[in-house]
Design a protein around this ligand. Structure first.
Ligand SMILES: *Cc1c(COP(=O)(O)O)cnc(C)c1O
Length: 394
């Protein structure tokens, strides 16, 4: 393989990457520097909601690129206001702050909760989070995360994030004290292995946080923006949180994230929060195209139908191969393998010929599926048949 064109050795080593360079993509397909194509069920880690190089996004990018890239975050621009309006129109929230990454949006949520605690709750600052949760890679969001080992890797941690167990309301109640200001969770733990919080647990959490005058923060960086079959996953449990964060799918592949809050919670004062690229018109114009497409009539119904289709196919496969079933919502699903063969399958899927298949093992004993939300049933069938042929070789 000739990498002369691509001086990959200049890149800082942070993870093991396969020796291929992806050059272009369309819809559910990615192409590498050797011309090989791959059926993509990772989609940039549940990021490319509308698949690779979506026409509407390209049009929005081109149009905005000719108009205005960056007036400064100290001024209004059209796309930032239009996207904020679209998000408040389609959610239970009133106020939006845009950021560049999920971690940054979560940092904003943590700061907003602490500010609210300072103002209204006698300086309360502790935010209860959950074991196996994932909230990002900044120091505070790593501290909020419940990923094993993350408490020591860059110690000392940012204090104030006691951990409870998902779907166990007593474990949350036990941690509440005078310093508690909020509970923060992913409605569906993504990196933890696609583990949904139950509807009952979400409702119990809402009641418990109301009772103790605590904020409920949902990290919908992965579960939001149509991924769970509703525009936001909190809708599935019939509750209204106080704060929500979005990332990944909101930009459909460009760096965009958002922090949303109810009007009475949005207590930042000038100077409390900011960021050079917040509300950048190039990115928010793309986000506007993405959210417009997701909220177009029939789109989310289609996501739910394709989610059900994928679910049924995974269950068939599970029965056929003696696996342990599947779980998830919409088009964020996991196949429970019952043994640690996930990474082996992922590897074989990628190198398979003539076409490769991109899959992810969020944990060694499961496969996570996060295709484009406009994936077709035919592409799901194609993925299943490729997966079967890999399983035959194990
Ligand atoms: C990916 C993810 C994040 C971090 O987002 P970045 O854009 O990588 O900073 C935070 N929370 C959840 C639930 C995620 O899945």
């Amino acid at each position: 393989m000739n990498f002369n064109e691509y001086p990959i050795e200049s890149l800082m080593y942070i993870t093991n990457r396969p020796e291929i360079v992806f050059t272009h993509g369309k819809g559910s397909w990615l192409y590498d520097n050797n011309g090989k194509r791959y059926l993509d069920f990772i989609q940039g880690w549940a990021v490319n909601s509308l698949g690779h190089c979506n026409d509407g996004m390209i049009e929005a990018l081109n149009k905005q690129a000719q108009l205005l890239l960056n007036p400064s975050p100290a001024f209004y621009n059209g796309p930032m206001a239009q996207l904020a309006g679209l998000l408040t129109q389609h959610s239970c929230f009133d106020k939006v702050f845009f950021a560049n990454s999920g971690a940054e949006a979560n940092e904003g949520a943590i700061k907003l909760a602490r500010k609210w605690g300072k103002k209204f709750k006698d300086g309360a600052f502790e935010i209860i989070t959950f074991d196996h949760s994932f909230h990002g890679r900044t120091l505070a969001t790593m501290s909020a995360s419940g990923k094993p080992g993350w408490d020591t890797i860059y110690a000392p941690q940012v204090p104030g994030f006691p951990k409870a167990d998902l779907n166990d309301i007593a474990s949350v109640e036990k941690l509440i004290n005078a310093k508690t200001v909020a509970v923060m969770l992913e409605p569906i733990q993504g990196e933890g292995g696609v583990i949904p919080a139950t509807r009952e647990f979400m409702q119990q959490l809402r009641a418990l946080t109301k009772k103790h005058n605590l904020l409920l923060i949902v990290d919908e960086v992965q579960s939001g923006c149509g991924r769970a079959g509703t525009l936001f996953a909190y809708e599935l449990s019939g509750i209204e949180p106080d704060i929500m964060t979005l990332g990944k799918g909101i930009g459909g592949g460009v760096p965009l994230a958002a922090l949303l809050a109810k009007a009475e919670i949005a207590v930042f004062e000038p100077g409390d929060q900011g960021g050079t690229y917040n509300g950048n018109p190039l990115m928010t114009a793309v986000g506007y195209s993405v959210i417009s497409q997701l909220t177009a009539p029939g789109f989310l119904e289609g996501v739910r139908a394709r989610g059900e289709y994928l679910r049924a196919r995974l269950l068939e496969l599970s029965e056929e191969r003696g696996f342990e079933g599947e779980r998830g919502e919409g088009l964020l699903r996991a196949l429970l393998l019952g043994k640690d063969i996930g990474n082996q399958i992922v590897e074989k899927a990628r190198v398979m010929q003539p076409d490769g298949l991109l899959l992810n093992a969020a944990r060694p004993n499961l496969l996570r599926f996060m295709p484009a939300l406009n994936v077709t049933n035919e592409e799901i069938d194609q993925m299943m048949s490729m997966l079967r042929s890999i399983l035959d070789t194990l």
